[in-house]
Design a protein around this ligand. Structure first.
Ligand code: ZN
Ligand code: ZN
Length: 88
C-alpha cells in the first residue's frame, strides 16, 4: 500500500494565481507552499502530533517518507474513510 497519495484540488483561479505568485516570491513550488499552509511539517504526525522526541506511549515510527504520519495512526486510519469512520 502506498504511504502517500496525490490528490487533485479544484480551487478558484484567483486563489491559485495568488498562491503561484507567493510561491514565486519565496522561490518555492506550489506544492511546497500548500504543504506549508496545511501545516505539514516534516517530523510531526498530522494525526496525533507526535514527534521523534515525543512519540506515542507504546512506540511508533514514521509510515511515510515525509514523516507526516506515524505508524500507530497509519494503522488506525487503515480501513477507514476520510472522516475516520470504519469502512463498511
Ligand atoms: Zn500519530
Ligand atoms: Zn506516534
Amino acid at each position: 500500500m502506498p504511504t502517500t497519495q496525490t490528490v487533485n484540488l479544484t480551487l478558484p483561479t484567483p486563489y491559485v494565481n495568488r498562491l503561484l505568485h507567493l510561491a514565486g516570491e519565496r522561490g518555492t513550488s506550489l506544492s511546497e507552499l500548500l504543504r506549508a499552509r496545511l501545516g505539514l511539517v516534516a517530523g510531526v504526525c498530522q494525526a496525533c502530533g507526535c514527534t521523534d522526541e515525543c512519540g506515542c506511549p507504546d512506540g511508533c515510527s514514521w509510515s511515510d517518507d515525509n514523516e507526516n504520519l506515524c505508524s500507530r495512526c497509519a494503522k488506525f486510519l487503515e480501513g477507514r474513510d476520510q472522516f475516520g469512520r470504519l469502512a463498511p
